[in-house]
Design a protein around this ligand. Structure first.
Ligand code: ACO
Length: 349
C-alpha cells in the first residue's frame, strides 16, 4: 500500500490588512492588549460582496494544483473544511467544484473548525492509501470577518480571527518512508459550548447555558432563527477563553506525542512543528512543554490572526515557500479547537 504525500500546496490571503489599532477604533480594545494576550499584530479581511470562503479556497487550490503538476481535470475528490461557509447549505465543496469545473467528482465538507484541516488530511490519506483516489484536493478556508461581533461585547473573540485559505493536493508516493506517516484524531463534545457559534440552529437549549443562548420558541416553522435571537443580538461566536487555553495546552502536546510515539520518534526528531495558529501564547506554551527550539516551530499568527481551518495549510505553505520545510524533513501538524476537537499528522516531506 503506497503512502500518501502532499504533492502541491498553496495559500491565499486577502489584500486588506486590519491592524489592532484599526479594531481599537470600533471597539474598546488596544494594540497592547491584543499583542500581549495573543501575539497578533494584524490580520486580513476579505472584500465583502467580492470575495467569499469559496473564492478564497479557489485561489489557494489553483496554486496547489499547479504545484502538484496536474490540472483541475485530474482531481478525483474534493474535501473542503470551513466553519464560515458561503451558504448554510450546500457546502463550499460543491461551490468550489462548480467554480473550478471539476463536475462529477465527490465533494465532502468538513465541520471540525480549527481541526478541520487535520481531519481532512486524515480522510485524504485514507482514500489515497486505499487506492480509491489519486488526486485529492483538500481546502481549508475562512471568511470570519463577515460573522464577528465588532462591538465591545465581542472583543474577546473578534480580535483573534482573520480571513484566508490554504489548499493541498494529496497523491500516492512510491518513495519508501516518505509522505504522511500517521494521523491521529480526537474529540470531546463535553465542551461543545465553550467555543461555539450557536444561533441560528436547531438546538433545543438543553444545556446549562440555555438562558444565555436562547432557544427556538415557536411550535411550527421558523425555529432556526427566532425573534429572541435578534433581540438579544445572540448571533455571534462566543468563547470561554480560559477554558480553551487550558485544554489547548494539554491536548496539543498529548496529540503531538501520540504521533511521535506511534512512529518511534522523539520531539527532537521534529524538523518543523506547524501548530494550528490559535494564539501565539498557546504555541509558545506548547513549544516550551515539548522542549523545541524556535527554528522547530512555525508561527505566523502575528500577520494573519487565527484563520481556523486555513491556518495550518497557510503556515505550512509559508514555511515551505521560505525553505523552512525541505525534502526529507519530519513535519508535524497539530490542531486543537471548537468541539473540542484535536488531532495531529506526522509527515516525512
Ligand atoms: N481588548 C481589551 N480587553 C479585553 C479584550 C480585548 N480584545 N477581550 C477581553 N478583554 C477584557 C475582558 O473584558 C476582561 O475584562 P474585565 O476583567 O474587566 O472583566 C479582561 O480583558 C480579561 O478577560 P479574560 O477573558 O479573562 O481574558 P484572558 O486574560 O483570559 O485573555 C484570551 C483572553 C486572550 C482569549 C485568553 O483567554 C486566551 O488566550 N484564551 C485562549 C483562547 C484562544 O486563544 N482561542 C483562540 C481561538 S480558539 C482556537 O483556535 C482553538
Amino acid at each position: 500500500m503506497p503512502n500518501a504525500k502532499i504533492a502541491g500546496i498553496g495559500y491565499y490571503v486577502p489584500e486588506n490588512k486590519v491592524t489592532n489599532n484599526d479594531l481599537a477604533r470600533v471597539m474598546d480594545t488596544s494594540d497592547e492588549w491584543i499583542q500581549e494576550r495573543t501575539g497578533i499584530v494584524e490580520r486580513r479581511y476579505a472584500k465583502k460582496h467580492e470575495e467569499s470562503t469559496t473564492t478564497m479556497g479557489v485561489e489557494a487550490a489553483k496554486i496547489a494544483i499547479e504545484r502538484a503538476g496536474i490540472t483541475n481535470e485530474d482531481i478525483d475528490f474534493i474535501i473542503f473544511a470551513t466553519l464560515s461557509p458561503d451558504y448554510y447549505f450546500p457546502g463550499c465543496g460543491v461551490l468550489l467544484q462548480r467554480e473550478m469545473g471539476m463536475l462529477g467528482v465527490g465533494a465532502l465538507d468538513i465541520r471540525n473548525q480549527c481541526s478541520g484541516f487535520v481531519y481532512g488530511l486524515s480522510i485524504a490519506d485514507q482514500f489515497v492509501k486505499s487506492g480509491m483516489y489519486k488526486n485529492v484536493l483538500l481546502v481549508g478556508s475562512e471568511f470570519h470577518s463577515m460573522g464577528l461581533d465588532f462591538s465591545t461585547r465581542g472583543r474577546n473573540v473578534t480580535v483573534i480571527f482573520g480571513d484566508g485559505a490554504g489548499a493541498v493536493v494529496v497523491q500516492p508516493t512510491e518513495e519508501e518512508g516518505k509522505g504522511i506517516l500517521s494521523t491521529h484524531l480526537h474529540a470531546d463534545g463535553t465542551y461543545a459550548e465553550k467555543l461555539a457559534y450557536i444561533n441560528p440552529g436547531s438546538h433545543a437549549g438543553k444545556w446549562e447555558d440555555k438562558e444565555r443562548f436562547g432557544y427556538p420558541d415557536v411550535e411550527f416553522g421558523g425555529a432556526f432563527l427566532t425573534q429572541k435571537m435578534w433581540d438579544d443580538e445572540d448571533l455571534f461566536p462566543n468563547m470561554e477563553g480560559q477554558a480553551v487555553f487550558k485544554m489547548a495546552v494539554q491536548k496539543f502536546p498529548e496529540v503531538i506525542m501520540e504521533a511521535l510515539q506511534t512512529n518511534g520518534l522523539q520531539p527532537e526528531d521534529i524538523d518543523m512543528l506547524v501548530p494550528h495558529q490559535a494564539n501565539l501564547r498557546i504555541s509558545q506554551f506548547v513549544q516550551r512543554r515539548m522542549k523545541l527550539r524556535d527554528d522547530q516551530v512555525w508561527n505566523n499568527i502575528q500577520k494573519f490572526g487565527n484563520t481556523t481551518a486555513a491556518s495550518i495549510p497557510i503556515a505550512l505553505c509559508e514555511a515551505w515557500e521560505q525553505g523552512a520545510v525541505k525534502d526529507g524533513d519530519l513535519v508535524c501538524l497539530a490542531a486543537f479547537g471548537s468541539g473540542f476537537t484535536w488531532g495531529s499528522a506526522l509527515i516525512r516531506w
